[in-house]
Design a protein around this ligand. Sequence first.
Ligand SMILES: Nc1ncnc2c1ncn2[C@@H]1O[C@H](COP(=O)(O)OP(=O)(O)OP(=O)(O)O)[C@@H](O)[C@H]1O
Ligand SMILES: [Mg+2]
Length: 364
Amino acid sequence: MQGSSPQGALAPATASVLANNPPLRAVGLTKRYGQRLAVRDLNLEVRRGDVFGLLGPNGSGKTTTLRMTLGLVAPTQGDVSLFGVSVSDTPRRRSLLRRVGALIEQPAFYPYLSGRDNLRIVATLSGAAADRVARARIESVLAQVELADRAGDAYQKYSLGMKQRLGIAAALLTEPELIILDEPTNGLDPAGIVDVRALIGRLARQGMTIILSSHQLYEVQQICSRVAILNLGTTVAQGQVAELLAAQSGIVVGFDQPELTARAMAALHAATAEAPWLRGLQYVAPEPGAWVPPGGFLIAVDAAVERASEVCALLARQGLFPAELRRREGSLEQYFLELTGGQNGHSTSAVAPAAQPPTRGGAQ
Ligand SMILES: Nc1ncnc2c1ncn2[C@@H]1O[C@H](COP(=O)(O)OP(=O)(O)OP(=O)(O)O)[C@@H](O)[C@H]1O
Ligand SMILES: [Mg+2]
């Protein structure tokens, strides 16, 4: 019998331990600075091959979480482990952190030295011998971040985007399996953002697991496969970006008179008895760039886009003919605002609180 021999019992257990060793797992992670709870009871799991977005407004605890992940600050409570090893396991931490590359906040380089010489210093400080292998690795990471032809220029002559890419190159020196980037596109112009996004895409295709933080929800939506949304130090949502977005999409209907919008909302509410698929009726503000109806609000329905003609028919029966009826694409920003009641002071509101009517006395 398999379970009767110690080895037989051990093998499946070992296999399951390996399978259960995600690149990052945080359980009940909490950090208190005096009276301030920077991170509270945070649970996170990053899986192999994820491009994982840690998303949240300023001060929501992203950097603090990443600093605890790297052992730079100690948690007040809870634990964070990398590849199944607790970061608080001091004897194993050094070898553990060689498997992780990180860029937290601004990279610190010598301004008068070239990009290549700066990387040589980083390599030496991280314990690499100044040999042919290390030199080859430096050239390889410079090529990866597309700085090979500017590697001889002084760091101070680099654009912000180039500086950021050199920071990522430094994080790649130890050939990490996991790379952690805190706000990698912060402050970059659109071209710089595209360069960093392309670089992250290339690293992901090579099989690297990537964790990045950002308060730019749209940016994360473009890059990440999974996200955790933080607010006030804890996760308010976690999951596949595609699934979160699919749950957000639906149909929007707009009228060219505010009173028609209110009548349509009442009619759709009344129709929910015969049409149970008509869920999630709410007033929403149009996305930036979309048509803004008089009164400022559209009606959103959480229904598959194939139901659009049925929505039209329901309204037509009441003599209501929309000026606009279209698919509403989900966005993380919209999702975030719905979860938090719009506490992200750094994004424009795409969606009004569900209870807000477009006109006084409008149906809800
Ligand atoms: N060393 C510290 N001492 C005291 N309070 C701190 C310290 N570091 C962070 N905090 C506080 O903890 C909270 C979370 O900060 P943190 O930097 O983790 O947020 P963040 O999500 O990274 O924000 P941002 O988007 O602005 O970078 C904030 O209220 C911050 O003021
Ligand atoms: Mg931060």
